[in-house]
Design a protein around this ligand. Structure first.
Ligand code: MN
Length: 327
């Protein structure tokens, strides 16, 4: 009874609905993504503390002999948060972080003062092929933490509190919701969760006032606030100046990702794989990366695999120029 709910409840007001992005691009040769938001698409202040979101919708990959992905590249000033929904990613970074992100897992990497890392489809996934579906979110760091130490949080599927939320099931990654707490350690207050509807149903939830609230449709179809219909890859940005609940009325087999956070209220200067507060800090980041101050990855075990990686990297540099996580 969505109309009943809408009639009685104060609702958060959608400010912008970003339609399903038409453009998709390759990041390396493993990630076919659409950039749902970035500072180049929408005013970064409206989204703070969230900076960028790349959505790799479900896509089938044939079995292969060489893992597909993106080779060594740097980041500074923010966190990359990778949600694996289907398929598997292997990660390695210059700060010693690394591991496999399997379906249902989340990897929360704090680049802070700088890391160099690589992201590939896992060897197991490469061998079998299959459906690959992922989200990579960039979370900004407060200015005081941008030059802090890098960190790596491996958040396995079983670490997330999972509970009934209306007619759906919520999985809490970060922050607090309905008395539960997500496992991710964050540098500013935020609540990150996804909601899955196995059957047709409704959900209503309320988040802290005057915070950023974004809702991304991962799968299925839903009506937001009793009025706005959204489909796969679409994003609702709610108006911070309004207050009230978010209500969703969804079809069976629908999944949405909810990002909520306190805005940092600091300048955002984003350039390639760096997100800082000033242009000077971006120039410094480029210099520091080139001088090797963000570290290097240990060479791969065999000469043969290293050579194939290098040829892949030179291929990557010729394509996907717009991919923001490449240098
Ligand atoms: Mn990266």
């Amino acid at each position: 009874m969505v109309h009943g709910v809408v009639g009685k409840t104060t609702l958060l007001r959608p400010r912008i609905v970003l339609q399903r992005p038409r453009q998709q691009h390759w990041v390396g040769d493993g990630f076919r993504v659409s950039t749902v938001f970035s500072p180049h698409i929408i005013d970064a202040q409206l989204l703070s503390p969230f900076v960028l979101l790349d959505h790799a919708r479900p896509r089938h990959f044939e079995p292969a002999t060489q893992p597909r992905g993106v080779g060594e590249h740097p980041h500074r000033g923010f966190e990359t948060v990778t949600f694996a929904y289907q398929g598997e990613v292997e990660h390695r970074d210059s700060h010693g972080g690394g591991g496999t992100v399997s379906a249902g897992d989340v990897q929360w990497m704090t680049a802070a003062s700088g890391v160099v890392h690589e992201e590939f489809q896992s060897r197991a996934f490469t061998k079998t092929g299959g459906i690959f579906e992922m989200v990579q979110l960039w979370v900004n760091l407060p200015a005081k933490d941008k030059m802090g130490s890098p960190a790596y949080q491996r958040l396995p599927a079983e670490s997330f509190p999972s509970f009934e939320l209306g007619d759906a099931t919520a999985r809490l990654v970060a922050g607090e919701l309905h008395g539960k707490r997500g496992p991710a350690v964050t540098h500013s207050p935020m609540t990150v969760f996804d909601i899955e509807f196995a059957k047709v149903g409704e959900v209503s939830f309320q988040l802290a006032e005057q915070t950023t609230t974004l809702l991304l449709m991962l799968r299925g179809n839903a009506t937001v606030q009793g009025a706005q219909s959204i489909g796969i890859g679409e994003l609702v940005v709610f108006d911070r100046a309004s207050s009230g609940a978010v209500t969703l009325s969804a079809d069976a087999d629908t999944q949405v990702l909810v990002l909520n956070g306190q805005p940092l209220e600091e300048p955002v200067v984003a350039h390639g794989p760096f997100v800082m507060n000033t242009k000077e800090e971006i120039v410094q980041a480029i210099h520091d990366f080139q001088a090797g101050k963000m570290g290097r990855l240990a060479p791969k075990e065999s000469k043969e695999s290293k050579e194939s990686k290098e040829s892949k990297e030179s291929k990557e540099s010729n394509e996907g120029k717009e991919a923001p996580w490449e240098s």
